[in-house]
Unconditional design. Sequence first.
Length: 185
Amino acid sequence: MSTPPAITREEFEAALTPEALRPLQILPGALAAGVLTFAMAVGVLFAQGSGAAEIPEGALQTLLTLSLANVLLTTSAAAMAVLLPGLMVRPGLVPMDSQERAALCLGRIRSAIIVRFAVLEGPALYGWVVCLVAQRNGVLSTDPRFWLNALSTLPFVAGVVLGFPTRERLKGIFETRILGGAGLS
């Protein structure tokens, strides 16, 4: 029994139809819109000054704990956003004996990109939640260092900007990671 040929560049490029690419390009914008909307809500509430008139007892300690959790969450999510997609896109995970192997390969790359965006979106939203809790407790206006929690949005924005799934980028991932065997980075 002979080994089926590997997926060719031509097969993969044929699978990169506008219909296959469009949803993958809409996704980062939709995720970013969610984070931006939440950030705007926090900004509006802060501008209105509608937080607690008096800082509740224990609020500062709770916010410090939430902020530490945000640092840990953001750091681990950034590492996972690099590692997980690479584990999902390897030559051995794409069946080479399938008639639809190029579509399966594209599906694997698509899943890896979605995982990367989703993993980075979580800490971005969490950082804004901490800002919201600080604002609602009247702490954000008296202790602006809690705005630093919003910085957890930066890895998400960087991931969306640097990893936006264009046709050329997907072809590059295929060539270097599937044909080259290195995974997605």
